[in-house]
Write a protein that binds this ligand. Structure first.
Ligand code: 26V
Length: 823
């Protein structure tokens, strides 16, 4: 029947091949003989997209006609990673695509390599949103992801002379085949101006906002496929454009250049992603961005509701909106404004709906990461929203007063407005007050959220607080990233169902002692290490030995993640080898990856230190057989996919209590790396799941860390009393790693010795001891392999499918809506 199969939707090789050649010709205007790698990629992308669209339209139709309850995920970041390979897997056509490529004398892997990834996020939070979108589709939960179509995503990182250098990420340069512009789905967004009272038709006094400036948000839609399902959800990202009315005004007054300037200014709003791990940003543009996407999204939801269900009274039954951190918290206020000012509702009615619509996820306890905006800025940019915030606050504080009779200190702490020299709006408090459910992202973190950050709120509304432990998608991080491992698992278990039901990895346990499996497991790991070694060699010139232990730390650079603790370990190994004491070591490749926020001096200095230490070690013939240090430049989703499969050891060494969850920890473990880690974030649960014998634990607990902080932590005592620690730190300042410069790393070492806010020195000894155990264990290959298999077998809980089912059941109260496959 394949002849009659429709070229654009058929999954057979013949249909794929014909469509690929058609797209190459009709979209790229090229023959095979003259096609560039980019032409081939575009043709492959359009061929894949053709196969999504039918399913997408069907999903949209069903959701519309059945009035399905829908999750709206609001996130300022989506770190999507390349689409092609993951969409091929989710359509189940990777093999056919590979064979068609071979028939055409093309290499599918290099076509996949061509894709420039959309890096519309900083790190964990943005990647979580991307995993959740994929799992929402896989779990057949109707969903729309709302966000910003940044023209420039997270900067590309280059390493020059050991320093991080940022390059702009022009990801749209060559076009984006995965998005569909919707010029008619377009909403006005106001800024500035003033508010005024007026009398409506019924004689009621009302407030309205006369913005000074209005720009437009235009929708760009990207379909998000699930695995093994016909359901396709929608990622709708907003692009800022100048509104025509604004143009006309300027043209009418003959101000042509003024009009062009206004256009440029409007478009800056969605121009660039903020590298948000940066402490001192109070940037006006960022608040504009947040309001921009939240306003478009709320207007869109209202439009969708009115086009389908109808009356806005049932809005919160149709939609649940999840706030990914506080970045979209203004949505609470914007929905209130729309219901009050545009749809004429009473306060109580509007609040009833708004408050039932929103849920909020907290992703960090770090005080410097909690968003506040100056009241002055608010007043200038969003005067009507400030009025509404004041009214929400007035009513809320009355409730607090009644509940905690006259506890003034508590009222100060809980207020949406922080009083002080400069009054500020507390976005986290706004998010808690405006939501019906609040959750942390790992058990420990959720407990700390209730006990510390939102203690007062948890006492007022104990039922509002939940935990949903994060997860990651096994499609991208196992099947796409590590096809050899995926095949071995499928062969061993005798089915592919583990890919959609990750708990079934447990079936591997029955085979853990089989020599055959262990041997193949090692072979798969070695092959991944060879791939990474080859990539590293061409990217950095550093040669890694695939027989050595690949010890990897890959994540954003931040002092709380303690990359410097690992550096101290490397220096210790170096000194031991130089002293002829290498007998208890194993050959190791120390591999780092990660970006530092452009304005975060200390984090950038850590990158320089790693590269400086690496340059000396890698060129020292004495230690060459033993240790190597490599820095993978530009750690992003694509490069992560090269790294996770090749790791033997995953470093998760944050100070306990500081890492909300971590998700890299899950990605490494899924690929058979063992973890060395503290009892922080999801490490705690990973360790429980894989078994304490299969996890290298060290360091203080969160409680112990807090205790020591409070009783006075004196890092210099460690420095003075631990001779090895002292000599490691002193070696950094000896100039050995810096061509004689004894000052360059002083800011880092002085901070460690005198302040050490993340207690690196307190955990140093325990970390080294634990690394010794790691080395001993690695020498016993069979034992290590067994532990590695058990890690994978027991990691099922950390699939983002499980996380989405948790949200669906406990937070969103939504049931799946499967699309029936075509007969
Ligand atoms: C922001 C800032 C801004 C000020 C300076 C310090 C700082 C540090 C971190 C952040 C990011 C906060 C939000 C975030 O990305 N959290 C991450 O969310 C992941 C997904 O839930 C979670 O796995 C990570 O542990 C958490 O750090």
């Amino acid at each position: 029947d394949s002849e009659r199969e429709r070229t654009r939707t058929g999954m057979s090789k013949a249909a794929l091949k014909q469509d690929f050649l058609d797209n190459l010709f009709y979209i790229q205007g090229r023959f095979l003989e003259v096609a560039t790698p980019h032409d081939l990629y575009m043709a492959a992308a359009f061929t894949t997209r053709d196969r999504l669209l039918e399913r997408w339209v069907k999903s949209a139709q069903l959701f519309k006609s059945s009035h399905a309850r829908t999750v709206c995920y609001l996130s300022a970041e989506y770190l999507l990673g390349p689409h092609l390979a993951s969409n091929l897997v989710n359509l189940g056509i990777t093999e056919n695509a590979r064979e068609v490529s071979e028939e055409l004398k093309l290499d599918l892997d290099s076509i996949i390599e061509e894709e420039e990834e959309p890096g519309l996020g900083n790190g964990g939070l943005g990647r979580l949103a991307a995993c959740f979108m994929e799992s929402l589709s896989t779990c057949e939960v109707p969903a729309i992801g709302y966000g910003i179509r940044y023209e420039f995503g997270i900067f590309d990182q280059a390493i020059e002379d050991g320093w991080q250098v940022e390059k702009t990420d022009n990801w749209l340069r060559n076009g984006n085949p995965w998005e569909i512009p919707r010029p008619k789905i377009c909403f006005p967004v106001g800024y500035g101006g003033h508010t005024e009272s007026y009398r409506d038709e019924r004689g009621q006094m009302r407030q309205r906002w006369q913005p000074e400036l209005e720009i437009n948000g235009v929708a760009y839609d990207t379909p998000i496929l699930g695995y093994g399902t016909e359901n396709v959800n929608l990622l709708r990202l907003w692009k800022a454009e100048a509104s025509e009315s604004f143009d006309f005004q300027a043209f009418n007054t003959g101000d042509y250049y003024g009009a062009v300037y206004a256009k440029i200014e409007a478009e800056t709003i969605s121009k660039v992603l903020y590298p948000n791990d940066e402490p001192e940003i109070g940037k006006e543009l960022r608040l504009k961005q947040q309001y921009f996407f939240v306003s478009c999204s709320m207007q869109d939801m209202i439009r969708l509701h009115q086009n389908t269900v109808g009356p806005l009274e049932s809005f919160a039954d149709k939609f649940v909106a999840q706030l990914n951190d506080t970045h979209p918290a203004l949505a609470v206020v914007e929905l209130m404004r729309l219901l009050l000012d545009a749809h004429g509702m009473s306060w109580d009615q509007a609040w009833g709906i708004t408050h039932r619509t929103f849920c909020y996820t907290n992703h960090t306890l770090l005080p410097e990461a909690l968003e506040t905006w100056s009241v002055n800025l608010f007043e200038r940019l969003l005067p009507r929203h400030l009025e509404i915030i004041y009214e929400i606050n007035r009513r809320f504080l009355d409730e607090v007063r009644v509940h905690f009779l006259g506890d003034e200190a508590r009222i100060w702490r809980m207020s949406l407005i922080a009083e002080g020299d400069e009054r500020r709006v507390r976005m986290a408090n706004l998010a808690v007050v405006g939501s019906q459910a609040v959750n942390g992202v790992a058990e420990l973190h959720s407990k700390l959220v209730k006990a510390t950050l939102f203690k007062d709120f948890a006492e007022l509304w104990p039922g509002r607080f939940h935990n949903v432990t994060n997860g990651v998608t096994p499609r991208r991080f196992m099947v796409v990233a590590n096809p050899r491992l995926a095949q071995l698992i499928t062969k061993t278990c005798g089915h592919e169902d583990w890919i959609r039901d990750l708990e079934r990895l447990r079936e591997l346990e029955a085979h853990v002692d089989e020599a055959g499996l262990q041997e193949q497991w090692l072979t798969v790991k070695r092959a991944a290490k060879q791939d990474l070694a080859a990539w590293m060699k061409q990217a950095t010139g550093v040669q890694l030995d695939p027989e050595s232990l690949f010890d990897v730390q890959a994540k954003r650079f931040h002092e709380y993640k303690r990359q410097h603790l690992k550096v101290l370990h490397i220096i210790r190994c170096y000194q031991r080898i130089k002293q002829g004491l290498s007998q208890d070591l194993v050959p190791r490749a120390f591999i780092f990856g990660g970006k530092a926020a452009p304005g975060y001096f200390m984090a950038k200095l850590m990158i320089k230190l790693i590269n400086a230490v690496g340059a000396v070690i890698n060129n020292d013939p004495h230690v060459n057989g033993w240790i190597r240090v490599a820095f993978m430049p530009d750690f992003n989703v694509k490069n992560g996919q090269r790294l996770y499969p090749a790791a033997d050891l995953s470093e998760q060494i944050s100070l306990a209590g500081k890492e909300a969850s971590g998700t890299g920890n899950m990605k490494f473990s899924m690929n058979g790396a063992l973890t060395i880690g503290t009892l922080d974030g999801a490490n705690v649960e990973i360790r429980e799941a894989v078994g304490e014998d299969n996890f290298f634990l060290f360091g203080m607990t969160a409680e112990e860390a807090l205790q020591r902080q409070m009783t006075g932590y004196r890092p210099w005592e460690h420095y003075q009393s631990d001779a090895k620690l002292k000599s490691d730190i002193d070696l950094i300042n000896s100039g050995l790693f810096s061509h004689g410069d004894t000052q360059i790393f002083r800011p880092l070492t002085d901070n460690l010795v005198n302040h050490d806010p993340f207690m690196v020195l307190a955990d140093y000894r325990a970390y080294l001891d634990c690394q010794k155990t790691v080395s001993e264990t690695y020498k016993d290959t069979q034992r290590w392999t067994r532990m590695s298999i058990l890690n994978v077998a027991r990691i099922g809980h950390f699939s983002s499918d499980r996380a989405i089912r948790d949200y669906a059941e406990h937070i969103w109260k939504i049931t799946p809506k499967p699309i029936e496959p075509a007969a």
